[in-house]
Design a protein around this ligand. Structure first.
Ligand code: FAD
Length: 372
């Protein structure tokens, strides 16, 4: 007698960015996976500096149509925006890109909807051509400007200022840092390293003075400092870390006071049985660092255990300091900063022939098909 196959449990992933894609690609075989996303592509939040200064290079590595990921074969992709989660019925309502509404039931839910963070990361529903038009418009704005003020000295501000200046040294680039050194949260060695690199490249570092009257919609003209000084430029780029979690569709009791998802070290959402959260939206630690540090492996392991009726038993342990690349690959290679302050430099050749195609695209993302 033929045994009836047991239906695979359904996992719905909300947000197919860096972490949603990784989780989907690991769960795809044992579960029925539905990936819901506002974008048809994985538009990475990484390397804004390279994106503005060298868009063709960035597009190859960081703007990938979801259908090109080999490991997503079999995943149902839904283009739309989650607008209401009902945990009593295990269902989520989606506003589809075609204007219709669909309710999707789940056995397990993964919230990976990320954050808005300035103009370069949004939760707007966009098609591939709308994404391309946006990227090109932003890069053109920088290309056309001869003077640029970058406000905010975190990793994005440093990456933007250094990459733009190195790509075109004739531009006047100023970086506004409210503290004494750029890169708060990074090891002091990394902070000193980039202070030197920025000044060697000719970026004007304006430290220890806060920009007042912050208006992220202001794209050019004058910015004023608390000291009374001001600076004027053809383009202003705000990289002030003004993150807004994409959580408006979630019940209030799942959110912390900053509206990020209350997430346990197991990456389960606090107070729920079958909901997980990962990435920039998940309040795992002050840096909300679970998009990095291999946290997707923890989530996949724990979700598989829960599906077998066992409790989650792996914990995500965030590193003490932020680590990784800050400015992306440069002419002299890629510098990776470790949490303990040490750094490793990979040659450009190694990055172009091994790191990006083999380690990132083949090993981490499990293969990317060429675009047709
Ligand atoms: C392999 C890897 C290497 C990394 N290396 C570094 C590094 O060296 N340095 C560093 O600083 N960071 C690094 N990062 C982290 C990275 O910069 C960000 O933290 C990461 O992009 C955040 O991923 P995310 O999935 O949380 O969010 P996102 O990638 O922003 O994805 C969220 C997605 O959800 C969509 N969405 C939003 N709202 C909804 C909704 N209501 N319904 C449906 N979809 C929605 C968004 O449009 C977006 O597509 C790395 C990440 C990875 C995976």
């Amino acid at each position: 007698m033929n045994k009836k196959p047991t239906p695979r449990p359904t996992v719905v992933i909300l947000g197919m960015g860096d972490t949603g894609v990784l989780v989907a690609s690991r769960l795809n075989k044992r579960f029925r996976v539905i990936g819901v996303s506002t974008k048809t592509n994985l538009v990475s939040g990484q390397e804004l500096g390279k994106r503005l200064a060298d868009l063709p290079w960035w597009q190859t590595n960081y703007n990938t149509p979801l259908r090109q990921f080999k490991a997503l074969a079999g995943v149902t992709l839904v283009h739309g925006k989650a607008e209401h989660l009902d945990i009593s019925t295990n269902s989520v309502r989606i506003a589809l890109s075609n204007g219709e509404t669909e309710s999707i039931d789940y056995d397990y839910l993964v919230i990976a909807s990320g954050t808005s963070n300035g103009f370069w990361r949004t939760d707007t529903v966009q098609s591939a051509s709308e994404i391309a038009a946006d990227l090109s418009h932003q890069a053109q704005r920088v290309k056309a400007a001869s003077s640029i003020t970058v406000v905010g000295g975190g990793p994005t501000g440093v990456s933007v200022a250094l990459n733009i200046k190195r790509a075109d040294p004739s531009k006047k680039v100023s970086l506004c840092v409210s503290g004494t050194l750029p890169l708060p949260g990074y090891h002091s060695n990394a902070r000193a390293f980039y202070q030197q690199a920025l000044s060697d490249a000719g970026v004007d570092l304006l430290c220890q003075d806060r920009v007042v009257a912050v208006d992220e919609k202001q794209l050019s003209g004058s910015v004023k400092f608390a000291s009374g000084a001001s600076i004027s430029s053809d383009a202003i780029i705000w990289t002030i870390g003004n993150r807004k979690a994409h959580t408006d569709f979630l019940p209030e009791h799942l959110l912390d006071e900053d509206r990020f998802v209350k997430t346990l070290p197991t990456l389960e959402v606090q107070g729920t049985e079958n909901i997980f959260a990962i990435g920039d939206v998940a309040s795992t630690d002050p840096e909300r660092s679970s998009a990095r540090n291999w946290a997707y492996g923890v989530l996949v392991h724990n979700l598989r255990r829960k599906a077998k009726g066992k409790p989650a038993n792996k914990a995500y342990v965030p590193p003490a300091n932020r680590w990784g690349s800050i400015v992306g690959p440069q002419e002299n290679g890629l510098t990776l900063h470790q949490a303990d302050g040490k750094r490793i430099r990979l040659s450009k050749r190694l990055v172009d022939t091994v790191l990006l195609p083999m380690i990132v695209r083949r090993f981490i993302y499990r293969g990317v098909k060429p675009d047709h």
